[in-house]
Design a protein around this ligand. Structure first.
Ligand code: DX5
Ligand code: ZN
Length: 225
């Protein structure tokens, strides 16, 4: 998942797509210049909602050129990393707040030959990430409480993003900083100024009257870093 020519990467979340037309929706955002496709996986335990399983990932694999960025909002990620890797995930992100031993989960993800990410909820101290930075490809800062699309970007997220950016800079490692929740043309600049280099956007793109325009506006709101 290389940087898109040094630009901010935009990852539309299919959680807000019209699932009747999923293929068309994905083609539309790919043509509009999306960099990754974000797939939200929810187990009804870690978050009070259910969403997609590995079969959705395997249906998309090979049909789109976009890297598949899979966000596991599940209590026991160890159970799911192999099925999602086999289904074709390019990146698997797990939550530090999940029940399993996260360093062990990350090791399995890396052994499966794909990229590994860790996510933190808005009320999690970013300091918990410090021991995990070795071998990590991405940190996902949630700017809403996970579980649903269409929520408002929490203002305290800017502080979280800055702290994570500091950790990354101090580590000297090349780790993506992705922000997820409430991203739209107004909030994208706040996230980028705080240190994000990848932005997830669900409802702001897929629920827009013109998703192509919405994606472009998010890009323009977040100029190259
Ligand atoms: C929320 C998910 C998000 C969600 C974002 O739990 O992790 O990826 O799809 O949706 P918006 O962009 O509508 O906040
Ligand atoms: Zn997500």
């Amino acid at each position: 998942m290389p940087a898109a020519n040094g630009k901010i990467s935009v990852a539309p979340s299919i959680l807000s797509a019209d699932l009747w037309r999923l293929g068309e929706e994905v083609q539309k955002v790919q043509k509009a210049g999306a960099d990754w496709l974000h797939i939200d996986v929810m187990d009804g335990h870690f978050v009070p909602n259910l969403s997609f399983g590995p079969s959705v990932v395997s249906s998309l694999k090979g049909k789109t050129d976009l890297p598949l960025d899979v966000h596991l909002m599940v209590e026991e990620p160890m159970l799911f990393v192999e099925p999602f890797a086999n289904a074709g995930a390019d990146l698997l992100t797990v939550h530090i707040e999940a029940k399993d031993e996260i360093p062990a989960v990350l090791e399995v993800i890396k052994k499966l030959g794909i990229k590994a990410g860790v996510s933190i909820k808005p009320n999690t101290d970013p300091g918990v990430l410090e021991p995990l930075l070795d071998g990590l490809d991405l940190i996902l800062v949630m700017s809403v409480y996970p579980g649903f699309g269409g929520q408002i970007f929490l203002p305290e997220s800017e502080g979280q993003i800055k702290r994570v950016r500091d950790l990354i800079v101090r580590s000297g490692r090349n780790i993506w900083l992705e922000v997820d929740g409430g991203i739209n043309p107004q909030t994208a600049p706040l996230a980028v100024q705080a240190g994000a280099d990848a932005l997830v956007a669900g409802s702001a793109i897929f629920k827009a009257a013109d998703p192509v325009l919405a994606l472009k506006q998010i890009r323009q709101a977040a100029p190259d870093i």
